[in-house]
Design a protein around this ligand. Structure first.
Ligand SMILES: Nc1ncnc2c1ncn2[C@@H]1O[C@H](COP(=O)(O)OP(=O)(O)OP(=O)(O)O)[C@@H](O)[C@H]1O
Ligand SMILES: O=P(O)(O)OC[C@H]1O[C@H](OP(=O)(O)OP(=O)(O)O)[C@H](O)[C@@H]1O
Length: 230
């Protein structure tokens, strides 16, 4: 019997994930820097892997790991039906950040999604092209703009880094990105729309619903989940 649990291998989520496991009685010793192996005590039959936060979301979706700690933003972005594909075992009270719609501060007449909808509708007539949104959050952006706000006329420009710089660089008009302190938005003269918060994210412990498990592993998974639910 064995289960796999993946935690982020670096950055802001890694140390806090290790601390969350420790609070549940599971001690994980990460290997030397740049080694992705760990040794685990406090829970027999558990292997803990170190992976990137976005890879953890993909592997949970694909049923390649049993459990994972990652941001809810990455889960909802990588899965069409997150609640059907993973069980949100626990919200872990760290890694808080919001996925937001932000526009240039210079757009003084645009404060809400309704205002943005008006701009998007007339953008092509005025500028000869659709409103461009820089983001790595395709799925969340489409759900929010099209399905929730009925905004049809826009184009997503994929951005995998320095997204806040896209409007000033001229590669997009507005952005959808993650923010916590807001300082990167301010430094790039962008403002969040009043009703422009798409998701309030935090780190979660997730259990893959698509991972095939034998009875013994199902019982083990329930034991592990109970430590965090309790
Ligand atoms: N201020 C913040 N900015 C960005 N992400 C944050 C912030 N605060 C918490 N997070 C969380 O951390 C996650 C990003 O972590 P990290 O940069 O390690 O992920 P990653 O996308 O796998 O990175 P990479 O692919 O560059 O290795 C976010 O998706 C979010 O859930
Ligand atoms: O609202 P803030 O606190 O300014 O954080 C938001 C920024 O942090 C993230 O970047 P990344 O993880 O690349 O870098 P950083 O957190 O080290 O700036 C994110 O993509 C934003 O650019």
């Amino acid at each position: 019997m064995s289960l796999t649990l993946a935690i982020p291998s670096k950055g802001r989520l890694m140390e806090k994930s290790l601390a969350a496991l420790k609070s549940a009685g599971i001690d994980v010793i990460a290997g030397e820097t740049r080694s992705y192996r760990t040794s685990v005590s406090g829970f027999d039959g558990l292997d803990v892997l170190l992976l990137s936060a976005s890879e953890i979301a993909r592997q949970l979706r694909d049923g390649a790991i049993d459990f994972g700690v990652t941001g809810e933003d990455l889960i909802r972005e990588s899965m069409p039906d997150a609640d059907g594909q993973v069980d949100f075992v626990a919200r872990l009270s760290f890694g808080h950040a919001d996925v937001v719609v932000a526009v240039p501060e210079a757009w003084v007449d645009v404060a809400t999604m309704d205002d943005l909808g008006d701009i998007a509708g007339s953008f092509r007539a005025r500028h000869g092209r659709r409103l461009r949104i820089a983001t790595k959050y395709w799925r969340l952006t489409q759900g929010f703009f099209t399905r929730l706000h009925g905004i049809q006329s826009y184009r997503i420009v994929e951005s995998l880094g320095a997204t806040e710089g896209a409007p000033a660089a001229g590669s997009a008009d507005i952005i959808v990105d993650i923010t916590s302190t807001g300082s990167t938005l301010t430094a790039n003269q962008l403002k969040v729309l009043a009703d422009g918060t798409i998701l309030k994210s935090e780190a979660c412990l997730l259990c893959s619903k698509t991972r095939p498990r034998e009875a013994g592993d199902r019982a083990l998974a329930e034991d592990l989940a109970r430590r965090f639910r309790g």
